[in-house]
Design a protein around this ligand. Sequence first.
Ligand code: DAH
Length: 357
Amino acid sequence: MERLDHIRDEIQRLVKQAASLEALEQARVALLGRKGRITELMKGLGALAPEARRELGAALNRLKGEAEEAIAHAARRLEDEALRARLREERVDVTLPVRAESEGRVHPLSQTIDEIVAIFGEMGFSVAEGPDIEDDFHNFTALNIPPEHPARQEQDTFYLPEHRDGRKVLRTHTSPVQIRTMQKVKPPIRIIVPGRTFRSDHDATHSPMFHQVEGLVIDKTTHMGHLKGCLVEFCRAFFDIDDLPVRFRPSYFPFTEPSAEVDIGCSREGGGLRIGAGGSWLEILGSGMVHPKVLANCGIDPSEYQGFAFGMGIERVAMLKYGIPDLRAIYDNDLRWLRHYGFLPLDLPSMVGGLAR
Ligand code: DAH
């Protein structure tokens, strides 16, 4: 019993003195390990008379419990101290400037999509999405594209193998999301749809996978004047030119009536191309008033509702805005190209910030 008191004092001392978790572990092994002092005493119990064994056994068990608790307590203290020391040392100064040499870049296509979304977002549009794999109804039929239309032919459309609910296609434009939205949402509708599109075309200005952004506005009073105002505003904000000439040229799309192609002003002096006033024109998007048949195909009453739609190739406007000469480089993942044309991740696009570069 005397030895136990002795050991009890020793436990307190060892545990208090332990300056690290390793030292504490050594103390634990010395007391409770296979050859530890308490363990050894417990082994010796068998040699005692039953009376003494019971008494000493109970005392040893208590001592063992005390030792375990003291060690656990000390471990918590040491862990707390270590954490506090780390918090002191590893403090982050959030006011430091961003590391300019950071390797990561935002791809110019992502940047362009973010800018387009920011501009239309300011005008009250929200972003909608649809599947890359479409059915014939959403990609063609509901958009009033007749069966004999050339867009349906094999050379333009990627068809998937026959499926039990008909042949699926890789969507050839983002327009099917107009249909999906009108089937789901009651007007008023005001959406843009950035996304991937696919056509079997491949040369310096065409890629089999490319991107479009679709726009759709449906309510009771929206007319062609709104279409023009909205798209002129967009073109000027996107190219950051307040007096950019914008021209609406009569055209044809099966899903709009009337339809118009939108051109922006440019100059082609000395072989170069500059966006802005200059006597030449560049086509950048298609648009029109949504065809009454398209509304009816989606269960919307064309005598009550009307509106406009537009579709634009994202690569094309990105190349024009950022002076990218070859479409194919956009998908090559060449780091030198990405470093040159990419954007710093913290250059957040906004109506002002991201656009004025
Ligand atoms: N879907 C057309 C295309 O891929 C682009 C387009 C033109 C979309 C006119 C529209 C629109 O919504 O009104 O060529």
